[in-house]
Design a binder for this molecule. Structure first.
Ligand code: SF4
Length: 107
C-alpha cells in the first residue's frame, strides 16, 4: 500500500500533468541548445565557422561585405545573444559572430 496520502498524490499528479502540458509548447531558446561545432558534418559541408573574421571574403559566393550569423536572414532568437538558433541547423545554436556559406542578407 502507498505511503503517500491520497490528497498529496492528487496534488503531485496535477503538477506533473501541468508540466507535461506546458513543455511541448515551449519555444526552443538558444540557452537550451548545444552549440554547433564546425566539425559537425552538416556544418562542415556548409563551411560553418564560429568566427566570421576567419573567412576569406573572396571565397564567398555572396559579395556582401559584412557577413555574420547576427545579420543573416536565417538566424533566429534575439539580437544581442552570443548564440542563436538558425533555420539551417535545427536543434543547435550558432555563434552570432559565426558564418556559413548559406548566409543571406536580411530583407
Ligand atoms: Fe549563420 Fe546564416 Fe549560416 Fe545560419 S544560415 S549558420 S545564421 S550564416
Amino acid at each position: 500500500m502507498s505511503t503517500i496520502p491520497r490528497r498529496k498524490f492528487i496534488q503531485l499528479s496535477a503538477v506533473a500533468a501541468a508540466g507535461y502540458l506546458v513543455q511541448p509548447g515551449r519555444e526552443a531558446r538558444a540557452d537550451d541548445l548545444p552549440h554547433l561545432s564546425a566539425d559537425d558534418p552538416m556544418a562542415s559541408a556548409m563551411k560553418y565557422t564560429d568566427d566570421a573574421s576567419t573567412v576569406d571574403a573572396a571565397s564567398r559566393t555572396n559579395p556582401a561585405a559584412d557577413q555574420s550569423c547576427a545579420n543573416c536572414a536565417l538566424v533566429q532568437g534575439a539580437d544581442g545573444e552570443a548564440w542563436r538558433p538558425c533555420q539551417i541547423f535545427p536543434g543547435k545554436a550558432v555563434a552570432a559572430a559565426g558564418w556559413c556559406s548559406v548566409w543571406a542578407p536580411k530583407a
